[in-house]
Write a protein that binds this ligand. Structure first.
Ligand code: MRU
Length: 351
């Protein structure tokens, strides 16, 4: 068995602070930024230092732990009020990826159940929970990888959109985790990475991850996917997701819907790698998923280069919704759910 190890540590705990790879400057520079409070972590999430649904959830959990550690010598009142503010500022950082809210809920449950303890102990317990959320994320990604790898044939050419790799998680990745697991199992997989306008997660992050590990990767601009599919050059599509509704509708990076429609048109399977923490049973369907709108400057240019006319009106929805009917299967840590629907999704939670 080949060993495909992603050496990327997206987030790491060092000397009492959270360090996160600055994903805004990759691949030109590889550097960690230090985050010492919940407000700094929230700012890191908002500014896209860290991005990707599971990674955002892990970062938020560490944000709560950081605040608890900073306030552990204060009175209970000050500790409680400070922690509440931390929950608020983190919950406001980005709206679409449900893993953020899932992780905050989990941290709140731990806080609630440890209220009677000393503040120093509560802070320790919250830090332990943040570490556990991150470690669990890697285990879940490996389980999804094992289930999903079986869906890919030897020699498969797999198109992916955005970055659902180690950089979007605590390690291994969701969609790229499936690809890594298939390669580990001896399959010759090649990746077609959509560049993913406007933030270029595909060009900057997915291509970088694959090049690091010598997994063959071809970069295309988003508008080339249909051409390649029509020429028989794509065998499967795998993407990650930011939130799956109770009926199986999938929110993911803007442009995913377009890829799913193209895949259906060409009879290509469209797989979504999705940890259970990304499924939100409280939203009935995709129409109820909040879609983040980001700054116009992301569309009118990139960094210092502006190419659009000054004053032009811009739309910049960061995510779109792919209806469940276009999803061939959800790949979860509990197994593969073919043609997901309300009943099969509820069954994942034992309902
Ligand atoms: O805006 P981003 O970069 O946070 O968007 C990320 C995505 O859309 C990913 O595909 C999704 O979070 C799944 S990551 C495992």
């Amino acid at each position: 068995m080949m060993n495909v190890r992603s050496g990327v540590e997206t987030l790491r705990w060092r000397a009492g602070a959270l360090e996160m790879i600055d994903q805004r400057v990759l691949p030109a520079r590889f550097e960690y930024l230090r985050h010492g409070s919940a407000a700094e972590v929230a700012q890191g999430i908002r500014a896209m230092v860290v991005r990707g649904a599971p990674a955002i959830g892990c970062a938020a959990a560490y944000g709560i732990a950081l605040e608890a550690l900073a306030l552990q010598q204060e009175s209970r009142g000050v500790f409680g009020a400070g922690l509440e503010r931390a929950f608020e500022v983190l919950a406001e950082s980005r709206p679409t990826a449900v893993n953020l809210f899932w992780a905050l809920k989990r941290m709140r449950r731990v806080w609630d159940s440890s209220q009677s303890r000393a503040l120093t102990e509560i802070a320790d317990i919250l830090l332990g929970e943040a570490h556990e959320i991150a470690a669990e994320d890697v285990r879940i990604n490996r389980a999804m990888g094992a289930h999903g790898a079986a869906l890919l044939a030897d020699g498969a050419r797999v198109l992916t959109h955005c970055n659902a790799g180690a950089l979007a998680t605590a390690g291994h990745g969701t969609a790229l985790g499936v690809i890594r697991s298939a390669v580990e199992g001896g399959k010759r997989i090649s990746v077609i990475a959509d560049e993913t306008r406007p933030f270029l997660q595909g060009a900057r992050l997915t291509a970088w991850e694959m090049v690091q590990e010598a997994i063959p990767v071809t970069l295309i601009t988003d508008n080339m996917a249909g051409h390649l599919m029509s020429h028989g050059e794509v065998d499967a599509v795998i993407v990650g997701t930011d939130r799956v509704a109770a009926n199986g509708d999938v929110a993911n990076k803007i442009g995913t819907y377009m890829v799913a429609v193209l895949a259906r048109r060409h009879g290509i399977p469209f797989y979504v790698a999705c940890p259970l923490s990304t499924i939100d049973l409280s939203v009935a369907d995709g129409a109820a998923i909040p879609i983040e709108e980001r700054a116009a400057q992301e569309v009118t240019g990139f960094r210092d280069c502006q190419w659009a006319a000054q004053g032009v009106r811009v739309r910049n929805p960061a995510f779109d919704v792919t209806p469940a009917e276009l999803v061939t299967a959800l790949i979860t840590e509990k197994g593969v759910v073919m043609h997901p629907n309300r009943t099969s999704i509820a069954a994942l939670f034992g309902a």
